[in-house]
Design a protein around this ligand. Sequence first.
Ligand code: COA
Ligand code: AMP
Length: 628
Amino acid sequence: MSRYEEAYAAWRNDPEGWWLEAARGIDWACPPSRAFDPSLGLYGRWFPDGRLNTCHNALDRHVAAGRGAQAALIYDSPMTGRKERISYAALQGRVARLAGALAARGIGRGERVIIYMPMVPEAVIAMLACARLGAIHSVVFGGFAAAELAARIEDATPKAIISASCGLEPGRIVAYKPLLDAAIGMAAHKPDFCLILQREQARCEMIPGRDLDYAEVEAAGAPHPCVEVAATDPLYILYTSGTTGKPKGILRDNGGHAVALHRSMSMIYGMAAGEAFWAASDVGWVVGHSYIVYAPLLAGCTSILYEGKPVGTPDPGAFWRVCAEHGVKLLFTAPTAIRAIKKEDPEGRHLARHDLSKLEALYLAGERCDPPTAEWAAEKLGKPVVDHWWQTETGWPITAGFREFGLFPPRPGAGGKPTPGFEVRVLDAAGQELPRGREGALVVKLPLPPGCAPTLWNADARYREAYLSTFPGHYDTSDAGMIDEEGFVWVMGRTDDIINVAGHRLSTGAMEEVLASHRDVAECAVVGAADALKGQVPVGLVVLKAGVNREEAEVARELVALVRERIGPVAAFKDARVVPRLPKTRSGKILRATIRKIADGQAYSVPPTIDDPAILEEIAAVLGRAHA
Ligand code: COA
Ligand code: AMP
């Protein structure tokens, strides 16, 4: 038996004991007497009688143990030229003061706070300040439009919003404040107050009586101690794309999250306290929550907070420069970032200029990694490249390679093997388990391990319906794939309308809702077409209403602008085409999978249920003509 197999078997033989042992890595105000109670919640709850504070575990306990002077965060911003080292003691001080200021304004346990911020230390401080108070944060990614922010304000009903005057994208300043004001204007719920970080790149007007200056408020706050909460109390809500325009509020608890993330740092990434870890993502995504903020700090590591891009800030050597300068031991990013670097520096000339002797491995996730990208990185770096599979819902990897147990030999295209805690199965449509090598629905046998979402914010029924109802006794990942003879899990693609664009999770259904709202559109379909850089990009096909006789290019421009305005630039929706009709089954279902194949230039078979096969040629002509 390999060390991995031994560890996996140890968990399977005694999950209760395994997780109670893992829980010892966390400081508890009241240690849990049992790991799991199957009678609670939708599928059971973890550490039901444990009590703790996540911020204490991320900061205070390290300061108390003598790590106060060690860097907790290294902020490196090629966008502004700023670099800042924030020690554990300094971060604890700032977080405690902000927590005090929030508490003085009525933020307490269970209260929601929305954080709409770029990649600045204050975003991390705001998250940890909420955790310190037992308040529930909800971070909204900066690339979303006002309407998306409004939907989150409406659902989370926050008492406060913490934001900044602007974000910085290459070549443009993203003014956050007008988006924030518009979102608050749109939402029925209004926050009591907003804290606004004034960035010198673009200061903003404040609304008297509602907006307060973040820096002044933090500086004046009286340090607040950590508030003890139940392990099952929520730590945060993170909205993610669902199959409709209404985002799903993924809920994370305190106890299971702390235990799972802390355990993952050594088990998966081979990290120990004092070492530098870099997740090149954004705090607005789950990777940012888990592996920029919580996991590295829970483990006493130094976490890199990078405000920049893989290329263009200033060159494709940016990632390697950061790794070399800060002694990064493990880099985690999305395959799309590596594709972007490879495209601009195929020979690895930039890479060769940096001392990467401290870097031990590159981990990839967020989308399927195409083998040439993994192979290129492995060859140029001369280090292991490990693909691992996870979702916002799970909060940490379902499958991975495990540095603690010794990495598996490279298998580009596969996502590793199941993490102890996850029992992954492949089922057919009828819920029967498929043999090794056969592709079907990837599911996880219940219960999900600690760290995974116990439910959706205020939406138990939606959680049950979205994840638990299709295959009773299992969590449906909505990914399709297979497990090969040696137990590697291959994730092939989503079974729903979610697409992955540059590692960003988006719903084509939400884009269709926007297109359908245009006055000239009768019906539409959005599919994810393969893209060499971003993995997938959305392509919209629209049928105009009878009698509309407008320039097609003009309508297309309006549709592109509409998606940007309603969902945001992150949707990367740049391609809308007018078609005479959409291919449908006789019962009226749009044949999106066939459209996708046509968009990708792949061979397609004519579905037997199609109402009129000639439509496929019309679609191919429109897509082909525009491609030419
Ligand atoms: N705030 C405001 N706008 C943002 C934004 C943010 N935080 N993040 C992205 N955008 C904008 C971009 O500026 C771009 O706008 P544009 O249409 O005006 O050019 C648009 O959203 C699309 O962004 P993106 O899809 O990221 O494309 P890009 O061309 O700017 O960059 C990559 C391409 C590959 C370099 C970039 O996507 C990348 O670094 N990806 C890694 C993703 C990642 O880390 N994912 C997390 C999972 S691990
Ligand atoms: P998100 O919730 O944004 O993390 O997106 C989760 C989805 O991204 C998964 O359901 C998969 O479809 C895809 N994904 C994430 N990691 C991988 C991976 N390593 N391989 C294949 N697909 C992945």
